[in-house]
Design a binder for this molecule. Structure first.
Ligand code: ANZ
Ligand code: ZN
Length: 826
């Protein structure tokens, strides 16, 4: 018998598929339902890796499935090809970032071709092509027009040794990741997108995704926006004309305030310190310098010893007129709320830690049952009480519940003009400018006379100057500034000499709308065609790693809402359903070159082939779980594929044979599979679907090896069903089976067959119904029938009803599924 040879099968079908381009959507019939299925596009940092194999393999199950369910499926492919790694590789090896990037793309393309996801290759995009990034620039100008893109000076992490800006992740314990120098803050003028304008919608609209996005991602999005509600409270300050406003989520604890704290790096702190003694000023200045070296995360850490400086200034409590000491404390952040807090040690853990460190009073104002529990005194336990309770020590508010007091205290503050309801968000505007080379140039020209002047749309794209001759090393200003010829331009407004903005955009801008570019990838008229967007978008099924749960998804959601508001889109959420695949691990660890536990995709592809890899990844468990490559068996998958493939070989009937005459037991298995598999696939239970397919292969093999065997029409029906279903997991084996069964390619377009209801009915047994010992009825029932149902059916039988007549039923004995015995009063 012929042997299953995956390499030969791949070689046989690849050129056929190249020719057929089965998944082109160029001329799909308009009357078919559509699906837009999308994988998060790849970053071309080298060849594909096992993570790609998993994400693209799992996504392809769904894409292929929907084709076989009568849909036209848009499943495009592209590259997220701008970004730092290209630039760093260029700096290290002296290569042009362009060459590095595009040769990696070629390599990934070659690997994708063999792995064979059902891509529509005609829509391929690269974000580093001017034909793509010109539309980033167009988008930027649209946002600029509406005031959603703006520039402001803000503090960034700065390494004085490397003379470079560092991302938060590059600051380790306050030190520069590369040279170990103490990192400081520096004010730089940067471009921002005003995503905070959309904060409410970014939270509220998540409710539309409740059933179709992983709940973990939904809560990460909510936390990132971090909306809270409470009150702004004004505290009058001794020796200052204006009050200080603090934001609090707990106005009900107002009577528990025992100090106030301001962020050391706020303007307010410097001003307050300036009004106190020289000793305090000196102490404050030293504290400020130290604070500047700390990350926000460290500052907010509950693990950390609390620090602060008493400013020798006092605030007045708005309701009691008590004098409250004001401190500078680094756990208060300058850019959250108003950069100042009212300290309530009894009910806030950080405030309690602070109060205990500096011997400040702790006053309980909320107590369960309206009676403070001496055993739970926070100043003794060190644990703040944030739970429910009634107010105490709070004057006129004593006895109110926490919820009642939240409203009552705020209302009272409003009456005396010292407070109002307020909301706050953790979300900050999106910093989109980078002082790096390999990105989209920002389409703004700076003119001494006219200020910021947008590049006219007709002049787009502003193309990147060649890298040759530019110093790409990070230095806090963009390398593009060194491209003199490129940078000096005439002002579009006054014609005078001016300079281009030399920053480039965050690559998250590129990926915030790429799913729309796929709709009209070659248009040089529009970023995306509105009519095409109406047809295909939003994305029905998005697949990608949970590492993108926050930023990429948030930015895409933001951009979609902006484009919706401008009238370009008739929907406001980009991705209807989201599937997060887990990671591929090795021996329980993340794979990495440095640990030496890297499983190379290319090696696996060579040793096992695309089909066995895909089946192994889909069979390993639920998609969202991590897969430990040490625990799975691609060789086992090969065995399964060989078993399936051999069945097609052994079929001895002709295509088109009358199927209904085949072996009923096998036919029942086939149709049970056909009935169950769709739901399994649609609910991402790919591993279960494969297990069911394995069962079907085994049952079919048994039938071949027994009785009527290979010529039984049921065996053909089973083999064809296996080939059709296998297409979503193992397209090569499926195509080869389909050909061996006497059909033309491609099986990928053969529609999933529907189950015949008659074959889904379970075997039946005969139940006997006796009335007073005489058989009065016989019922055909399922062997699994419940006693209640059996009794009900017995009582509903016409003969039985006649036998009972108008006598009274005394006793019914049911022995399901065989006997119902009814006794009546005679
Ligand atoms: C008094 C209080 C009492 C508070 C209490 C909490 C519990 P979220 O929910 O994250 O919005 N806060 C306000 N501004 C701050 C800043 N710039 N830096 C650090 N902390 C700040 O947090 C709001 C709470 O965080 C506010 O409510 C305030 O402390 C603190 F039993 O006010 B609260
Ligand atoms: Zn000008």
């Amino acid at each position: 018998a012929e042997k299953y040879d995956f390499a030969a099968i791949q070689e046989k079908w690849l050129p056929v598929w190249d020719e057929l381009q089965p998944f082109s959507t160029a001329d799909v019939a308009d009357d078919r339902p559509r699906k837009y299925v999308l994988d998060m596009f790849s970053y071309p940092s080298g060849d594909l890796h096992m993570g790609h194999a998993e994400a693209f393999g799992l996504c392809d199950v769904l894409a292929r499935y929907w084709w076989q369910r009568g849909h036209s499926v848009l499943h495009p492919v592209g590259w997220d090809s701008f970004g730092l790694p290209a630039e760093n590789a260029a700096i290290k090896r002296g290569a042009d970032p362009r060459d590095w990037t595009y040769s990696n793309i070629e390599q990934q393309k070659a690997s994708f071709r063999v792995y064979a996801p059902s891509f529509d290759w005609s829509r391929e995009i690269h974000t580093s092509d001017p034909e793509y990034y010109r539309w980033n620039q167009w988008l930027f100008l649209k946002l600029y027009e509406k005031g959603l893109a703006y520039r402001k000076a803000s503090p960034v992490n700065w390494c004085p040794n490397d003379q470079t800006v560092l991302a938060n992740e590059q600051v380790i314990d306050g030190k520069c990741e590369r040279c170990g120098a103490q990192v400081t803050k520096r004010n730089l003028t940067q471009w921002y997108f005003r995503i905070t304008d959309y904060a409410d919608r970014l939270v509220d609209d998540l409710s539309e995704l409740e059933a179709t996005w992983p709940s973990k991602v939904l809560s990460m999005q909510r936390n990132w926006v971090g909306r809270s509600s409470g009150a702004d409270v004004d505290f009058a300050i001794e020796g200052r004309a204006d009050p200080i406003t603090v934001y609090t989520t707990r106005p009900d604890t107002l009577f528990g305030v025992t100090y106030m704290a301001v962020a050391p790096d706020s303007v307010l702190a410097t001003e307050l310190a300036a009004g106190s003694s020289t000793e305090v000023q000196a102490e404050f200045n030293a504290y400020l310098e130290k604070t500047k070296t700390e990350s926000d995360i460290d500052r907010q850490s509950t693990e950390r010893e609390k620090s602060g400086v008493f400013l020798e200034r006092y605030a007045k409590h708005p309701l009691t007129d008590d004098l409250i000491p004001i401190w500078a404390a680094d756990y208060v952040l300058a850019d959250y709320g108003h950069g100042a807090v009212m300290g309530v040690p009894a009910h806030d853990q950080r405030d309690l830690d602070f109060a205990l460190a500096f011997d400040l009073p702790v006053r309980v104002v909320v107590a369960p049952g309206g009676e403070p529990d001496a055993e739970k005194d926070p100043s003794a336990t060190g644990i703040a009480e944030s739970g429910e309770g009634q107010l105490v020590n709070s004057g006129e508010f004593d006895g109110l519940t926490k919820a009642e007091a939240l409203e009552a205290v705020t209302a009272r503050l409003a009456e005396c003009g010292a407070g109002k309801n307020a909301k706050n968000y953790r979300l900050r505007d999106w910093l989109i400018s980078r002082q790096r080379y390999w990105g989209t140039p920002i389409p703004i020209i700076h003119c001494d006379k006219c200020g910021e002047v947008p590049v006219p749309e007709a002049d787009l794209p502003v193309t990147l100057p060649p890298a040759a001759g530019l110093d790409l090393r990070p230095k806090g200003t963009s390398p593009l500034g060194g491209a003199d010829e490129w940078a000096s331009v005439d002002c579009p407004s006054c014609g005078g000499s001016a300079r281009r903005d030399s920053d480039t955009m965050d690559t998250f801008v590129d990926s915030s709308w790429y799913f729309l570019r796929y709709l009209s990838p070659n248009s040089d008229e529009v970023a995306f065609d509105i009519a095409e967007a109406k047809k295909w978008a939003p994305v029905d099924q998005y697949v990608g790693g949970v590492e993108h749960a926050i930023l990429h998804l948030l930015y895409s959601r933001f951009m979609t809402k902006v484009l919706h508001d401008y009238g370009y889109l008739d929907f406001h959420e980009p991705f209807k359903a989201l599937m997060n695949q887990g990671m591929v691990l090795m021996d329980g660890h993340k794979m990495s070159k440095s640990i030496g536990n890297l499983v190379e995709f290319a090696d696996q592809l060579r040793d096992y082939g695309a089909d066995a890899l895909r089946v192994t990844l889909a069979f390993a468990g639920p998609p969202e779980d991590d897969i430990d490559w040490a625990d799975v068996s691609p060789a086992g998958s090969t065995k399964f594929l060989a078993r399936a493939w051999r069945i097609a070989h052994d079929v001895a009937s002709e295509p088109g044979v009358e199927l209904s005459t085949g072996d009923v037991t096998l036919r029942r298995s086939v149709h049970r599979f056909l009935a169950d598999a769709p739901e399994l696939i649609e609910s991402y239970k790919f591993n279960v679907a494969i297990a069911r397919l394995m069962e079907l292969v085994n049952v079919t093999r048994k039938t071949i090896d027994s009785g009527a065997g290979a010529a039984d029409p049921a065996v053909r029906e089973a083999a064809e069903t296996i080939a059709i279903a296998l297409n979503v997991f193992a397209p090569y084996a499926a195509e080869d089976m389909w050909a061996n069964l006497g059909h033309q390619p491609t099986v990928a377009h053969v529609q999933w067959r529907s189950a015949e209801p008659a074959l889904l009915v379970e075997d039946e047994v005969t139940a006997v119904v006796q009335v007073n010992g005489k058989v009065r009825g016989r019922l055909q029932v399922a062997p699994s029938i419940e006693p209640d149902e059996l009794e009900a059916r017995a009582r509903a039988d016409a003969n039985v009803i006649r036998a009972i007549g108008d006598t009274e039923i005394r006793n019914v004995i049911v022995r399901a599924p065989k006997i119902v015995s009814i006794a009546t009063a005679k």
